[in-house]
Structure formats: structure tokens, C-alpha cells
Write a protein that binds this ligand. Structure first.
Ligand code: DAS
Length: 326
């Protein structure tokens, strides 16, 4: 049997970064091109036929709608290409979870799509990029990786896009999942799934548009005054995510401003600034017209709200059921 065919889409990040010294802390992301990266990966003799495409070469703090649209187009084409069995996206770790979740919401689940990064640049001692990439290849080559949505592979773990977040600024064990920690374990020689695919043959949930609705995140802190709400508002603001204290809480005067916004038709989603921030509905949400983010982090709640508003879904009950789903 011939080796699986993979499309590798490169966007930059630390996995393609260089420090100019094996021990220096400072480095530049997005220095190595896809041809050079795949040349290094070739030395691993992985059982896959790989074609690379350079989509961008940036630090992922600069990731956004234009590059998301390019990635989405490439992945959609790969879904129907008989010469492609799966897609790997190399990505900076800072916003990998947002790209993963956005693609998770906007792609069918018929072929594996795997995002991978590194915490150490390519010329650092202990570079983790090639190991993470070898693991990503193993995942993307496994037909059982389909039907799980977009996956993120880091430090020998496979995470589902909806659950995963970067939780540490340093060290190779930088990612964690909530409420599911991970959905599988992987090494270059073995892959173990924790259960069967849960989204087999699912169509894309939302269409992706290049311009996304304006949805700011309001970060709540002690001593916050209600004028912060107006400071975030722009004429085109189409929704707001509250990065609340505790279980999506906010000072009463701030809440009063947000109730007015909700009444004017701007959806307000309550999320939490905590690491494991499950936010369930509270009785007042009905009267306030608010939506509870459930286990989604504020950046991911923002992505989902953007997809909903862009598809014309703006009533709180329908938005709530999208947040309640998996
Ligand atoms: N340089 C940062 C980024 O591109 C960090 C990284 O990739 O790990 O997200």
C-alpha cells in the first residue's frame, strides 16, 4: 500500500523560528520556509508523501481573518482532492487554539486536519518541532482521526479544537484541554485514541467569510466602572464577550450597561477569565438576555459568536444552543 498523502500548510510560528544560537531565549518566529522544514522532516523517514505550501510566515499573534480564509480554502479543496488523505497546519502556539476552533466550526469532518507547533525555535537545544511534527504526521495518516473535528498535537498529546488552550508561556507542556484534557496519546511510533470519533461525516457547521463581525472581549476586573463598556463599542459592534470573574460575573453597574446592549439586539456572552472556567446559565440570564459560554474560553466564545452573527443567528436562545453543543 502506498504511503498516505498529506498537504502541509505552513504559517510560521516558533516551529519555523530561529534564535541564531542554541541557547538564546530571544528568537524570531517564521524564519524557516516550508521547503527547508520538510527537508529536515525528510531525515525522519516518516511514512507519508508530503506536499508543502507556504500560506504565511508570521508569529501567530498576527493571525487573523485573511490568513484564516486562505487556510480554509486550502482545507476545503483538500477535502475533495482524491490525492490528499489529510492536512497538517504548522502554526505559532499563541493563537493556535483560535485557528483550530475556527476551522473546526467551518470544515467538514471527513479528513483529518491537524494543527501543530513548537515551544522552542528550530535551532534551539531540545527543539520540539520535529517531534511534534512526526506525531502530527502519525495522527493525520490515521483514518480514525477523521470525524473528530480539527485536532491540535503538542507534547505527545492529541487535543480536540473545542477543548484545547495554551496554558503556559514556557516549556514544551504548554497546552491543556478543558473539559476534556486530551482525546489521544501519540508518539512517532504509536497512536492511542480515547474513544471513537464523535463527529463522523459531519458537514461544515458555518460558512467562513473573509470579514468577520466586530465582537470585542470585555475583560472584567475589580474596581471596573461602567464606562469601560462604551470604550469598547464601535459603530459596527455586533456582539460582545464578557471575560468575567469567577463563573462569568461582573460588577452590577457594568451588568446594567450590558443589559441595555442586549436589549438593543447585541448578543452578550458571559465567559470566565479562569483557567477552567465553566460558565453555566444562571436564572438572571433570561431576564438580562445573556448567553453562557459553557466551557469555551473568551477567545473561542468570540470566534463562535462571530460565526453565528455572520450566519444571521442573533437571538439569545439559538446562540445559547450553539454554545451548549459539542
Ligand atoms: N511566536 C509565538 C507564535 O507565533 C509563539 C510560538 O509559536 O510558540 O505564536
Amino acid at each position: 500500500m502506498s504511503a498516505p498523502k498529506l498537504l502541509i500548510l505552513a504559517t510560521g510560528g516558533t516551529i519555523a523560528g530561529m534564535a541564531g544560537s542554541a541557547t538564546r531565549h530571544e528568537y524570531l518566529p517564521g524564519q524557516i520556509g516550508i521547503a527547508e522544514f520538510l527537508g529536515q522532516a525528510e531525515t525522519l523517514a516518516l511514512n507519508a508523501q508530503m506536499t508543502g505550501k507556504q500560506i504565511a510566515n508570521i508569529g501567530s499573534e498576527d493571525m487573523g481573518p485573511v490568513i484564516w480564509a486562505k487556510l480554509h480554502r486550502e482545507c476545503m479543496a483538500a477535502m475533495t482532492d482524491p490525492d490528499c488523505d489529510g492536512v497538517i497546519i504548522t502554526h505559532g502556539t499563541d493563537t493556535a487554539e483560535e485557528t483550530a476552533f475556527l476551522l473546526d466550526l467551518t470544515l467538514p469532518t471527513s479528513k483529518p486536519v491537524v494543527i501543530v507547533g513548537a515551544m522552542r525555535p528550530a535551532d534551539a537545544v531540545g527543539y520540539d518541532g520535529l517531534r511534534n511534527f512526526a506525531n502530527a504526521v502519525r495522527v493525520a495518516c490515521d483514518p480514525a482521526a477523521a470525524g473528530r473535528g480539527v485536532l491540535l498535537v503538542m507534547s505527545d498529546r492529541v487535543h480536540a479544537a473545542r477543548d484545547v488552550r495554551k496554558a503556559r508561556t514556557r516549556g514544551t507542556e504548554a497546552f491543556q484541554g478543558f473539559p476534556r484534557d486530551s482525546v489521544g496519546l501519540v508518539t512517532p511510533s504509536a497512536l492511542e485514541w480515547f474513544g471513537a470519533p464523535w463527529r463522523s461525516d459531519e458537514a461544515a457547521r458555518y460558512a467562513l467569510t473573509e470579514t468577520l463581525p466586530d465582537v470585542p472581549i470585555l475583560f472584567i476586573h475589580a474596581g471596573m466602572t461602567p464606562d469601560y463598556v462604551a470604550r469598547l463599542l464601535a459603530p459596527k459592534t455586533a456582539g460582545m464577550v464578557v471575560c468575567g470573574v469567577g463563573e462569568g460575573n461582573m460588577p452590577n453597574p457594568v451588568r446594567a450597561e450590558l443589559v441595555k446592549l442586549a436589549a438593543s439586539g447585541i448578543p452578550i456572552v458571559r465567559a470566565s477569565r479562569l483557567d477552567e472556567g465553566l460558565v453555566d446559565r444562571e436564572p438572571e440570564d433570561d431576564a438580562n438576555g445573556f448567553i453562557a459560554a459553557r466551557a469555551l474560553t473568551p477567545p473561542k466564545a468570540r470566534v463562535l459568536l462571530q460565526m453565528l452573527v455572520a450566519s444571521g443567528v442573533t437571538d439569545p436562545a439559538s446562540i445559547q444552543s450553539a454554545f451548549d453543543g459539542r
